[in-house]
Design a protein around this ligand. Sequence first.
Ligand code: NAD
Length: 347
Amino acid sequence: MKAEDNPKANSALKKDDLIVITGAGGFIGGALARYFREQGFTRIRAVDKKALYQWYQHVPGVESLCLDLRYEDNCKRACEDAVEVYNLAADMGGMGFIERFRVECLRSVLINTHMIESAYRAGAQRYFFSSSACAYNVELQKDPNSRALRESDAYPAMAERGYGWEKLMSEIFCQEYWAERGLKTYIARFHNVYGPWGTWDGGREKAPAAICRKVIEAKGTGAGKIIIWGDGNQTRSFMYIDDCLDGIDMIMHCDELIATPINLGTSHMISINDLVSLAERIGGTTLKREYDLDAPQGVAGRNSDNTFIKQALNWEPSTPLEEGLKKTYAWIEQQYEDRKAGKRTVS
Ligand code: NAD
């Protein structure tokens, strides 16, 4: 179901209202700019600190600004005349990045702090913040069979070091801007998002893209083996990008959800070993597995409890992992070939 068909997520947004999307040079922000453009919105401002040539997607008809949003003046510029603001900018990556660069992750608090104030001052009607399942109490995620996380499980707080605490603190900003200043804010806690146009190499990639790439590389080089981070028993759930976009749209336009953190993820939990098997099946190969027990692996088990989103929106992300991973694998394979051929690629 699309947001426009969902009576629980109705919006009075006009096609020429200005939508601002930050982090639009990256995976989800870039896909969101395309999503709104394809829905006929005519005024979309995409913002990212990366130079334009490094943006993953270029969406025709979208204003693209290169601004570092850790600085207040840049946030003011980004928010000028905004009706809706989607803040997806953050210095982030998969476990390999967030375990190693906790200061960089924490410093993203500057982005949300200045963006929400600028959105408020610009008179924006709605403000979206992309939080994360890393905001949940890590004590509840010590077993691969941990029960799925409910929204209330963020407290008592013991978030993932660095990245998770930044998300939790920024959520609090969103809640208080509503409570004290009446800015309508919306907070989605994303569980792993994957799909075409996502980071697939370079150190910031997440498990689905990394595993697809490793399978493709192993086939390409004939190495016949794959290195898995940890013992492979750790579990997660993975949401396809199209579900994430529909979810963002519905959450942002559901008045029941103002200032209320909500899970946005699938409730289908799978181990990393099984994810590797799936990628191998898609690639038509079987590889020898080697386990790097010293590599970053994050919590032992994490899944999304979707009771609340089903009740609030009568919807939950539902793209089967196999279907989404097939598309992702095919896209990464093409990227891999393009890179070998010396063409510019996303990474
Ligand atoms: P991404 O890294 O592809 O995109 C983030 C973008 O933000 C990048 O293009 C980066 O250049 C930009 N950025 C970083 N610092 C900036 C700054 N100071 N000023 C302007 N732009 C800046 O990541 P993504 O996967 O698209 O994630 C988008 C959002 O969703 C992030 O807030 C992330 O924390 C959140 N999230 C993502 C996932 C996931 O699985 N991808 C899971 C949970 C939460």
